[in-house]
Design a protein around this ligand. Structure first.
Ligand code: SAM
Length: 286
């Protein structure tokens, strides 16, 4: 079949569910991923015909897109801070808001006087490893540890670290049950689960039907459960003056900030994300 005909079928089948530009973008991502073809191929070879075997993954992807499966899970890859990350349905797809948090950390650390010892950083709930790996790539002399409760996530994060050429110590641990550790850190960062069960009904099905519940949801009864645990942990495991960075639920910004006040953290700053929503809390241990 002609490649141009397949593109027409994509629009016919998907334009009701997605904006036209997004359908174009899906199509180009898929021909690049499955066939190694660049987006301008149709302009150069409008009559290009592809074989039945070559068509097959494109039509399978079309069926998945009709069911709202995220394109990143279809091709098994996501982009974060100019790097590629393997993803599957066991890990959250890295988000642009989280890139903002990484940039903020890099910016802050760049302004700190360089210490004799290596900076020690902990990423709690690492998922794909995107935060830890992006920090490691940009801070080659830092020692970085990353933890998650999910074996599947740690397996993917380990492969992502290897593929992106960085060394990270990955730990299987539950932040809600963790005993005191021997480690202390200069920076602790976390993007923990923070979406309340009751917010599920407002979520698009590409997120709630495909991304792991373990990475996303918390109960309505105790929605700050992870923040309470991380803040308590940080109180004991940050060096004096050490930094804590948290990605947060935009609807619970004040309540989350109050937890930091209660625990005597200082220099507390609330930052908005690229969409203007309260998204990052940054503070230091007194
Ligand atoms: C919102 S995702 C963040 C993933 C990644 N850091 C990112 O920003 O894309 C939260 C992560 O926390 C992990 N997690 C959930 N419960 C946990 C627990 N009790 N202890 C440690 N990690 C947990 C999940 O497996 C998931 O990978």
């Amino acid at each position: 079949m002609r490649l141009s005909e397949i593109k027409t079928i994509f629009h016919k089948e998907l334009d009701e569910s997605y904006p036209k530009e997004e359908v174009d973008s899906f199509f180009y991502i898929l021909i690049k991923h499955f066939l190694g073809l660049e987006r301008f191929v149709l302009a150069l070879q409008p009559l290009l015909i592809i074989s039945k075997e070559e068509e097959q993954p494109l039509f399978e992807a079309l069926s998945d897109l009709k069911l709202q499966k995220p394109i990143q899970y279809i091709i098994g890859k996501a982009h974060f801070m100019e790097m590629d990350f393997l993803v599957d349905e066991g890990v959250l797809i890295p988000r642009p808001e989280t890139e903002d948090m990484v940039r903020l950390i890099l910016n802050d650390l760049g302004e700190l006087p360089q210490k004799k010892e290596r900076f020690k950083i902990l990423d709690i709930g690492t998922g794909t490893g995107c935060v830890a790996i992006a920090l490691a790539r940009n801070l080659p002399s830092a020692k970085i540890l990353a933890m998650d409760i999910s074996v599947r996530a740690l397996d993917i994060a380990g492969r992502n670290a290897f593929n992106n050429g960085v060394k990270i110590e990955f730990l299987l641990a539950d932040i809600l049950k963790i005993p005191q550790w021997a480690h202390n850190f200069d920076v602790i960062v976390s993007n923990p689960p923070y979406v309340r069960e009751s917010e599920k009904r407002d979520m698009k099905s590409n997120v709630k039907d495909y991304e792991p519940g373990l990475a996303l949801f918390v109960s309505d009864e105790d929605p700050l459960v992870f923040y309470k645990a991380i803040i308590k942990f940080s109180k004991h495991h940050l060096h004096q003056g050490g930094y804590l960075y948290l990605e947060i639920n935009e609807y619970l910004a004040e309540e989350t900030k109050a937890l930091l006040d209660e625990r005597n953290f200082t220099d507390i700053e609330l930052r908005k994300d690229i969409f203007g929503k309260d998204r990052i809390l940054k503070c230091r241990l007194k």
